[in-house]
Ligand binder design. Structure first.
Ligand code: UGA
Length: 461
């Protein structure tokens, strides 16, 4: 059994998911030791061998080395962890439960275990995303006999795929609670040079998290509605967003039009905020619309594929490039690919699919007759159309010239606007995107030469 390091800076993290593991790596890089409490025996076993159960850039090597150097100890025993540490981060999942409200069962269970095992002076830090008022409620439960424990809210703002980078250069740390000393201790542990720390009450901290994710979702849905309008009037959404984003009050970041938002966070947190707002009789109408637009975006994309194939999907082979909900992760939770695939299959298409990283996670949740392949060229071979569903750099760098002659038809539908329309048309593709004019190959009979859509033509400055 691994020894828990005797060190003042040693902290407990409960939950070995994306947040818990990225937090562990960040703290270890900053010179701390971590005791990771993971309930799932398989995951625990893998982690204790230094193996990552998830893909997250940069995290795996840090944790593997930390296991070797005993800076990371993995256990299923919270009591053992709390014997050695005086700060416990709760980083367990809060998935959408019935009716869209987050299921807090895992958090509640950790809180009741903490009541049993924590030592006097332990600070409990709630990293899991929870509805406004939750930290205050749990703090009430941990305030009583035999001794009071301080509970602090410290929401997480990392993005999957860039988690470590986001932690090191965070826009802000938010710490909420009513115990100044406990909050200062948390700031010391998670702070990074140059990053502002916002100290507030715990309910405001929780609402900063929900408000941030919901606003990001609104921004994406706005960009997508604008893109759909751009499609109608022949504008280029990429240039439109660039032009809008130069206004510092708007900002182009997080405003890429395409297939909409997925993953385990934005959709779940928007639903949770809508649910909480409804309970307080202040319905969040803009978020309801943002969710509707988001669902519609996936359907509009598949409709584009159908139209590009002359209005018929039946018997057509479509190559789906990308299964992860975004590039840089193997996570397929609420991924647009799942809806796109269902729709295409439902309309009689035959599917092959590729992802550089997420095939293992996608396979159990996809219908068995989707042919999954680890080779993108194999995926494209014999296809009537290729649909880009995740913006992996591998697809931008693909040797499209090599792939084109192996396809039955040169139809390319780019759901992430990640390729250059003019360059793809020049190669011979019939290129379609979201909110950008289509570009057809001058080689195809009866097609028009592409007009200028965002990228400079040869000879342009
Ligand atoms: C999101 C937030 O960005 C983080 O700040 C937050 O900490 C995290 O949720 C969380 O609550 O844990 P994440 O879900 O990892 O992070 O990913 P994002 O990069 O925000 O992307 C979310 C979805 O929106 C993806 O499906 C992505 O493809 C889509 N998206 C993102 C767009 O369609 N357009 C954009 O401009 C940006």
């Amino acid at each position: 059994m691994q020894q828990i390091p005797e060190q003042d800076g040693c902290v407990t993290i409960v939950g070995g998911g994306y947040v818990g593991l990225a937090l562990a790596a960040y703290l270890i890089i900053n010179g701390r030791s971590v005791v990771l409490v993971e309930a799932d025996p398989e995951r625990r076993h893998a982690l204790a061998q230094g193996e990552m159960p998830i893909y997250e850039a940069g995290v795996g090597p840090v944790l593997a080395q930390a296991v070797e150097e005993s800076a990371l100890v993995v256990t299923g025993d919270l009591g053992r962890a709390l014997d050695a540490t005086r700060m416990a981060f709760i980083a367990v999942g809060t998935p959408s439960g019935a009716g869209g409200d987050p299921d807090l069962t895992a958090v509640a269970s950790v809180v009741s275990d903490l009541r049993v095992h924590a030592k006097p002076g332990t600070v409990v830090v709630l990293k899991s995303t929870v509805p406004p008022g939750t930290t205050r409620r749990f703090a009430g439960q941990l305030r009583g006999e035999p001794f009071p424990l301080s509970v602090v809210s410290c929401p997480e703002f990392l993005r999957e795929g860039t988690a470590l980078q986001d932690m090191h250069s965070a826009a802000r740390h938010v710490i909420g609670g009513d115990d100044d000393e406990a909050m200062a201790r948390v700031a010391e542990v998670i702070g990074s040079p140059g990053t502002p720390v916002i100290m507030t009450d715990s309910t405001s901290a929780e609402l900063i998290k929900y408000g941030s994710n919901s606003f990001l979702a609104l921004k994406i849905s706005f960009a997508n509605e604008l893109a759909n309008f751009a499609d109608q009037v022949g504008a280029d959404i990429v240039q439109v967003v660039e032009g809008m984003g130069l206004d510092p009050r708007i900002g182009a970041e997080g405003m890429h039009a395409g297939l909409g938002f997925g993953g385990c966070c934005l959709p779940k947190d928007v639903r949770a905020l809508m649910g909480a707002a409804r309970q307080h009789a202040t319905p969040f109408r803009s978020l309801e619309v943002a969710m509707q637009v988001n669902a519609g975006q996936r359907m509009l994309f598949t409709e584009k594929i159908r139209q590009a194939l002359g209005g018929r999907l039946e018997g057509r082979r479509v190559a789906v490039l990308g299964l992860a909900f975004k590039a840089g992760t193997d996570d397929v939770r609420e991924a647009p690919s799942l809806d796109v695939i269902q729709y295409l299959l439902g309309h009689g298409a035959e599917l092959t699919a590729h992802d550089p990283c997420a095939i293992g996670k996608a396979a159990p949740v996809l219908p068995p007759h989707v042919r999954l392949t680890p080779d993108p060229y194999d995926c494209l071979s014999g296809a009537d159309a290729v649909a880009i569903v995740t913006e992996w750099p591998e697809y931008v760098r693909l040797d499209w010239d090599r792939a084109l002659p192996t396809m039955r038809q040169p139809v390319l539908v780019d759901g992430r606007n990640c390729l250059d329309p003019v360059a793809m048309a020049r190669l011979g593709f019939d290129y379609h995107a979201v909110g950008r004019p289509s570009a057809r190959s001058p080689r195809q009979p009866g097609t028009v030469t592409p007009t200028r859509v965002g990228q400079p033509r040869e000879g342009d400055q």
